[in-house]
Design a protein around this ligand. Structure first.
Ligand code: HSE
Length: 373
């Protein structure tokens, strides 16, 4: 006889008494992790009221112990370098370490010990999302990851829940703040690519090594996550056709300007008669399109659905507090499920559409030629 998810959850770990706090383990205390820790501490009373039980931070896993992290408000004794042990004694685990390992092993271990997990890890979800979903289903726990795409912007929950009754046809996203900042500077100041990247680095938008952003890897991982949710189909990061912005010149941006258009790095997820097309590349957008007005390091995602029509989601896609906002929203959601006994939606891949080669995408190209005469 099949065993229900709820029954498995009851079996897999001890459900704590209704007046007890929910134990939260935080993995990582960098820019996002320290903001999560601080907001958890500052808003403890409100969060307890919203969840129905207090959220108690039982540990924060860090790579190096002994640093002054007093700005988080978390007691110094709770910082540990033993993340493996920490995840075994939490009801809810928040992962903001990033990268594939040890994040993947820690999340799998946390779920095996009955914890629901919240992660901001787009690279891991794009690489191994199905394995994480399978572990969540097996252990009867939640897997939430709103912060993985477009930081603070509520986007994945609208796709997973609010639009679950609609038919999403297309998702167009500016999902990488660094490249949007660079292209915006090129557009507004006429700067070349290298100068604009330098400006972005000076302001802290771009990393010292900006490869993941400017080559489109970061946006491709986010596109895979968006397409999987929008089209109920498994799409991995490696399925996404990827082209970064390193070849975009000041002349290209000027040519776009002459045509009353702007160059943006777009994540494009489309459903066609044949399957789904998922790609990341620089694109010219008419200045009249809502995405053209997305300036600096902001993100925005334009969704077209059969019944809802056109929707636009806009806001900050990176940074400590904005990303922590999305993480804490997920934490409250999974904590509420612990209190009420339910679970959020799991993986939806029933449509199982073919992922098309980029050659099958119907699109337009602009070709600039420099000629002698
Ligand atoms: N490097 C990313 C960006 C951070 O520039 O948008 C958020 O994922």
């Amino acid at each position: 006889m099949p065993v229900s998810v709820a029954a498995r959850r009851q079996d897999s770990h001890v459900v704590r008494a209704s007046n007890q706090s929910l134990r939260v383990a935080l993995l990582g205390c960098g820019v996002v992790g320290s903001a999560v820790a601080r907001l958890l501490t500052e808003h403890a009373a409100d969060l307890a009221a919203r969840v129905g039980r207090p959220l108690e931070v039982v540990g924060v896993a860090v790579r190096r112990a002994g640093r002054d992290r007093s700005e988080t408000g978390v007691d110094a004794s709770l910082f540990t370098t033993d993340a493996d042990e920490l995840v075994t004694r939490a009801d809810l685990v928040v992962e903001v370490i990033g990268g594939l390992e040890p994040a993947r092993s820690l999340l799998l271990r946390a779920m095996a010990h009955g914890a629901s997990v919240v992660t901001a890890n787009k690279a891991l979800l794009a690489e191994d999302g199905p394995r994480l979903y399978a572990a969540a289903a097996e252990h009867g726990v939640d897997l939430y990851y709103e912060a993985a795409v477009a930081g603070a912007i509520p986007l994945l929950r609208p796709l997973r829940e609010s639009l679950a009754g609609d038919d999403v046809r297309r998702v167009l996203g500016i999902v990488n703040g660094t490249t949007n900042y660079v292209l915006d500077k090129m557009d507004t100041t006429g700067a070349g690519f290298a100068d604009a990247v330098e400006q972005a680095q000076a302001l802290g938008y771009a990393e010292a090594d900006p490869t993941a952003d400017i080559e489109g890897f970061d946006a491709a991982a986010k596109a895979a996550i968006l397409a999987s949710l929008a089209f109920h189909t498994r799409v991995a990061g490696t399925d996404v056709h990827r082209e970064g912005i390193t070849e975009v010149t000041a002349a290209d941006v000027a040519a776009a300007r002459q045509m009353d258009s702007v160059v943006k790095l777009l994540a494009i997820c489309e459903r066609t008669d044949k399957g789904v097309s998922v790609r990341v590349h620089p694109a010219m957008i008419p200045r009249s399109h809502p995405l053209a007005g997305v300036r600096e390091a902001f993100n925005a995602v334009f969704v077209e659905a059969a019944a809802a029509g056109e929707l636009m989601f806009y806001g900050k896609g990176a940074g400590g507090d904005p990303t922590a906002s999305a993480v804490l929203g997920d934490l409250v959601a999974v904590a509420r499920h612990r209190v009420s006994g339910g679970l959020g939606p799991g993986e939806s891949r029933y449509a199982d559409l073919p992922v098309l080669d980029v050659g099958e995408a119907l699109t337009r190209y602009h070709i600039s030629l420099e000629i002698e005469d």
